[in-house]
Ligand binder design. Structure first.
Ligand SMILES: Nc1ncnc2c1ncn2[C@@H]1O[C@H](COP(=O)(O)OP(=O)(O)OP(=O)(O)O)[C@@H](O)[C@H]1O
Length: 803
């Protein structure tokens, strides 16, 4: 009867495990279906576009897109009533000879009263698209800009070219504010551009009532929302006050609005449209491609990174201006100092500096007195230096949008420039804890990581896909490392590696331990603190390969992020992802593309992977310490476990799966033998030879039963041992080992079931279930038989708990 129940239980486990795998496969296929459907729709759109331009007149046409190519041509090329004036002001006031692509269309659309979203790469001249119309219109243009410093830069520039412009912000004096507010309703318009922050719109009732008046007087000519992506929570720089800007279109529906951004996906723009209450805006998107920029990703070998950057600056970019982006304010200080030590004129720049210091660094860099600014993302908006020859990322950006914008500060003069990012394993997790509270923060970071991890796809193509652009790889013109170095990668079957490393995390989790990615790497490579009773297949892969595989598994759902929060910091751990269970299926395989230089270990050489006993984590050791087990005891346990594993492996002819790892601490105290520790044995114990010998060797020594005069001393030794460990005979060890093997099989199965079961149970339950196992020891003054019975009672108890 008991056997039947066991069999049924075992079959149920296996059916449930199989079902889980099927469900995962279904979800994987559904995900694939969604991706393919969206790709199919895009391809159909392209084909429809091609067919419609080839179709003879009179044939049935698909519905006309709201803003066609012909419309664009019309706004780009036709003459309008304001065209002459606009051209004259472009030359005379802005001192520019001709428009750049899309500028004329944007200006004409805005002058025609259309609502417009303008997506144009950073530095391509978006500002002109609202500044020039402002000069050609009656009244003034309201400009919403995210930063006071940005407004001040614009005002300085406009003042230089004699364009009357003012600002209203928290630092405006009462007198200035009064004048500006009065000017808003002055028919003679003393200024053409009024810059405000979104906060000002949200908070100043006076400003809103003045805008109302100027609207009624026909003096509010246009609204420009700079960095419009800040409206959307899905954008990369969300600003809550931008969300309130919808009031403008609601209050002033007849005023045309222009939203400007360098980076926004179509979804972000749709969101902005809704937030700003714009009915049917026309979106003009300039090609994102900056042909003069060379994109490259380098692997970061931590200490080396600053050294490599310094070498690059001294050799490749001698006397040329550039930016080094870093992760934190501290990094900015440290890296700047390191570069200075290497005779490079570098200065840090970050948000925590005095405003006067920040503008001093900016000015000195602009006038080439400083070669390199080592900056956090605070050095960004409003940076308009034309001859930046390199932008190096000491740490990856938190999203592709951010990277595009930051790297886009290079080569604004259309001269060639380099954008190099150093891709470091640990940086991913530093960033991950930073974006954890952001909507889609992790997803965006994953996209950036995938961009860096990629070895076979043109970097521009990856950006194009990200920004929903159709892309032809030939357009890169070998201006990225992947296109330049060709097919320098191999496709590697990493299934076995994946199983091994997933096993490590699984084992840790079954012990209720959390592992940071660095600890997973260390454990897998056989490093870190040793000595716990777990089996891990130590890999022979290099550190870079190990890291790459872990990243690959994270990006593809075999691992996922597990955060723990303290009032001071956020910790990142790896946990099993939703696809991890697929690895239990023998047919499931994972391949990965790796740089050739990196991948010396192929699937065939995986056989060489050695099996070793190593520690799973520090935490395991911490727990271990808490239980105060004597070192000798650990060694004996280790030996027992090792024997057991060897016998299991021998029986099963396969590696020990995580579910087969048992968590039993066995402590033996045989009173009869304790007092028999002889002088001879004590001598053995204290001899250097004995001290240096492995526990295995020592345990093989048969222990004499004769109780000597030193029994008291032996007693004292034992009393002082924290675990109250006793020495037992080889025969007893043998016997214990057999019992251990027998009961561990029971435990193994129950451990597995309880682990599954506990996934869905409350936290309290978890402790209650684990507790009996933690203290699963042979109590003091017991016999092995008694101890075994004790184990069995606990096993049964646990089984009942699970049921
Ligand atoms: N038609 C043009 N011909 C030559 N230079 C131009 C033209 N239009 C703008 N510029 C110059 O390009 C530079 C960048 O312009 P602007 O600051 O408007 O760029 P942006 O697209 O707003 O960049 P960001 O996204 O960084 O704010 C300026 O120095 C500007 O004078």
């Amino acid at each position: 009867m008991a056997n039947d129940i066991d069999d049924a239980q075992a079959e149920l486990d296996s059916v449930e495990a199989e079902l889980e795998m099927v469900e995962l496969q279904i979800s994987e296929l559904l995900e694939k279906q969604t991706k393919l459907s969206s790709r199919k729709n895009k391809l159909l759109q392209i084909l429809e576009g091609a067919c419609s331009s080839a179709q003879p007149s009179g044939s049935s046409k698909p519905p006309k897109p709201s803003f066609s190519r012909q419309d664009l041509q019309h706004y780009e090329e036709s003459d309008f009533s304001w065209s002459k004036e606009a051209q004259a002001k472009l030359c005379n006031m802005f001192q520019l000879s001709k428009f750049r692509p899309l500028q004329r269309a944007a200006i004409n659309l805005s002058m025609s009263g259309k609502d417009l979203f303008l997506v144009m790469p950073t530095g391509r001249g978006k500002s002109l698209c609202y500044q020039l119309p402002a000069l050609c219109s009656k009244g003034f243009t309201l400009v919403i800009a995210p930063l006071v410093s940005l407004m001040e830069d614009q005002l300085m520039y406009l003042k230089c070219i004699n364009v009357p412009a003012v600002t209203l912000n928290a630092s405006s004096t009462k007198e200035d504010s009064k004048q500006v507010l009065a000017g808003m309703t002055d028919k003679n318009s003393p200024f053409k551009l009024l810059y405000v922050t979104p906060e000002k719109i949200a908070k100043s009732k006076l400003l809103m009532s003045k805008l109302e008046k100027s609207y009624n007087m026909g003096l509010l000519a246009r609204i420009a929302v700079d960095e419009v992506h800040c409206c959307s929570q899905w954008g990369h720089d969300f600003r809550p006050d931008y969300k309130l800007l919808g009031i403008l279109k609601r209050q002033f529906p007849k005023v045309p609005l222009v939203g400007l951004t360098a980076t926004a996906t179509s979804n972000v723009l749709k969101d902005c449209q809704k937030i700003l209450c714009v009915q049917e805006p026309i979106t003009l998107t300039a090609p994102f491609n900056r042909p003069n920029l060379y994109y490259e990703v380098r692997f970061k070998h931590n200490e080396d990174c600053t050294h490599q950057i310094a070498e690059l600056i001294k050799e490749r970019y001698k006397n040329q201006s550039g930016i080094v982006y870093v992760f934190s304010q501290k990094d900015a200080e440290v890296v700047a100092t390191d570069l200075q030590k290497r005779n490079i004129v570098a200065q840090p720049y970050h948000a925590n500096m005095e405003p006067s210091d920040k503008s001093l660094v900016h000015q000195r860099w602009s006038s080439k007195k400083i070669q390199v600014v080592v900056a956090t993302v605070a050095f960004g908006m409003g940076i308009d230096k034309a001859d930046v020859r390199f932008v190096i990322h000491h740490t990856i950006s938190k999203s592709i949008e951010n990277y595009y914008q930051e790297s886009g500060r290079a080569g604004r003069d259309d001269g060639s420039a380099d954008c190099i990012v150093f891709f470091g394993f640990a940086d991913i997790f530093r960033l991950s804890t930073m974006v954890v509270m952001e909507n889609t923060g992790q997803q965006k970071l994953h996209n950036m990581v995938a961009y860096c991890q990629n070895v076979d796809r043109c970097r521009r193509a990856m950006m194009a896909i990200h920004f929903d652009e159709v892309w032809n790889d030939d357009e890169c013109n070998q201006m990225c490392d992947v296109c330049r170095h060709g097919n320098d990668y191999i496709t590697m079957d990493i299934t076995t590696h994946a199983r091994d490393v997933v096993t490590i995390v699984e084992m840790a989790s079954s012990m209720d331990e959390k592992l940071t990615p660095l600890k997973v790497c260390d454990a897998w490579m056989g490093k870190g603190p040793a000595k716990h009773r777990k089996t891990i297949k130590v890999t022979s892969l290099s550190r870079v390969e190990v890291e790459s595989i872990i990243i690959h598994l994270l990006l593809h759902g075999y691992f996922s992020e597990d955060f723990s929060f303290t009032p001071y910091t956020t910790h990142f751990y790896l946990k099993l992802g939703r696809k991890a269970a697929l690895l239990k299926n023998g047919n499931h395989s994972i391949t990965m593309k790796m740089r050739r230089v990196m991948s010396h270990t192929t699937a065939e050489t995986q056989e060489e992977v050695e099996t070793a006993l190593i520690d799973v984590s520090n935490m395991a050791v911490q727990r271990h310490n808490k239980t105060k087990i004597h070192k000798d005891h650990q060694n004996m346990e280790k030996r027992l476990v090792q024997n057991h594993i060897e016998s299991l492996a021998w029986e099963a002819g396969e590696y020990v799966k995580p579910t087969s790892v048992f968590e039993v601490d066995v402590e033996v105290n045989l009173v009869e033998e304790r007092n028999c520790a002889s002088e001879e044995e004590k001598g053995l114990k204290n001899s250097p030879e004995q001290q240096s010998s492995s526990p295995k060797r020592r345990q093989k020594q048969p222990l004499p039963r004769n109780c000597g005069a030193d029994a008291d001393q032996a007693e004292a030794d034992l009393v002082s041992a924290p675990s109250e460990l006793s020495i037992i005979s080889a025969a007893a060890v043998e016997e214990l080992h057999h019992l251990h093997s027998y009961y561990s099989k029971q435990l193994r199965r129950i451990n597995y079931i309880s682990h599954e079961h506990l996934q869905s149970s409350q936290p309290g339950m978890l402790t209650c279930m684990r507790e009996p196992f933690k203290s699963l020891r042979f109590p003091l003054k017991t016999t092995i038989a008694k101890g075994a019975r004790n184990v069995w009672t606990r096993v049964s108890m646990r089984r009942k708990l699970i049921q």
